[in-house]
Write a protein that binds this ligand. Structure first.
Ligand SMILES: N[C@@H](CCC[C@H](N)C(=O)O)C(=O)O
Length: 268
């Protein structure tokens, strides 16, 4: 099985081209690929399938030729992945499956418009973040409150006073299972300047990752909320670099680098 490896601010993915949608991807296989010692190693898998050959999203085929079938490192399905969408677009263009410029990518959270800049950065229209209330988490015995933000996938974004650099995110932070019955991605963030935050994230299905695009947008929303703002451009510093989030009245945009670093044959 051919694969490509790529990342967006070190949120890394195994990319599996499968235009006709013929591959079976049981959770055990995905988890084995993502294993950092016994496999290729990644935060998730981007399964590249023509939208018309993907029954769950075939109705989106007129607006997006390709479907990003996203899987977390434990093999669970994700509705949406912001960095994944950017790396997916980089893959399509670099392999000639899409023309440079702007185009749609189908996801379980609908079609996302991506744009490749001449600088190499890839941006994606992430849609309007839905703020659904407040909830809480507990990390190493410390309780934090945050905003429940829906980005197509669930997030709890917490602006906290403790330095995020000192948090132990080696274990699943606690969350309210009644509010988040399918689990949640949890962001902890510190404002460090005007419209600039430092974020760490514990992703549902993958553990702590070095970046999360949907989480970066949720974090910008939480920081804006705290500052009494709702629009503007935020720099979100993550462990793997910096992404830019722009919020306006109608939607949100995520931008940053997206690169392919290797390709090969997976020996099953
Ligand atoms: N890394 C992603 C989010 C991936 C999905 C997430 N773990 C979930 O289960 O919702 C991003 O860049 O947005």
């Amino acid at each position: 099985m051919r694969f490509v490896k790529g990342h967006g601010t070190e949120n890394d993915f195994v990319i599996l081209p499968d235009p006709e949608g013929e591959l079976e991807l049981p959770t055990t296989l995905v988890a084995a690929m993502c294993d950092r010692r016994a496999g290729i190693g990644a935060d998730g898998v981007l399964h590249v399938v023509r939208t018309k050959h993907s029954p769950e999203v075939a109705d989106l085929a007129d607006d997006a030729e390709w479907f990003m079938d996203y899987r977390n490192a434990d093999g669970s399905l994700g509705e949406m992945c912001g960095n994944g969408t950017r790396v997916f677009a980089r893959y399509l263009v670099d392999t000639g499956l899409a023309l440079p410029g702007e185009f749609g990518v189908a996801t379980r959270a609908g079609v996302k418009r991506v744009r490749l800049a001449e600088t190499g950065d890839v941006s994606v229209d992430m849609g309007r973040p839905q703020v659904l209330g407040r909830s809480h988490t507990s990390v190493s015995g410390h309780e934090y409150e945050g905003l429940h933000v829906d980005m197509g996938n669930p997030h709890l974004a917490c602006v906290i006073g403790d330095p995020v650099a000192q948090l132990d995110l080696g274990r699943q932070p606690a969350f309210d299972p009644e509010r988040f019955p399918s689990g949640v991605n949890i962001e902890l963030l510190n404002p460090v300047g005007p419209r600039r935050v430092v974020m760490r994230v514990f992703e549902r299905g993958s553990g702590e990752t070095r970046s999360c695009g949907t989480g970066a947008v949720a974090s910008a929303v939480a920081a804006a909320h705290q500052a009494g703002e709702s629009t503007g451009t935020w720099a979100v510093e993550v462990r793997g670099g910096t992404v830019t989030v722009t919020l306006d009245e109608h939607t949100s945009h995520l931008a940053g680098p997206a690169v392919l670093v290797a390709s090969g044959e997976l020996n099953l």
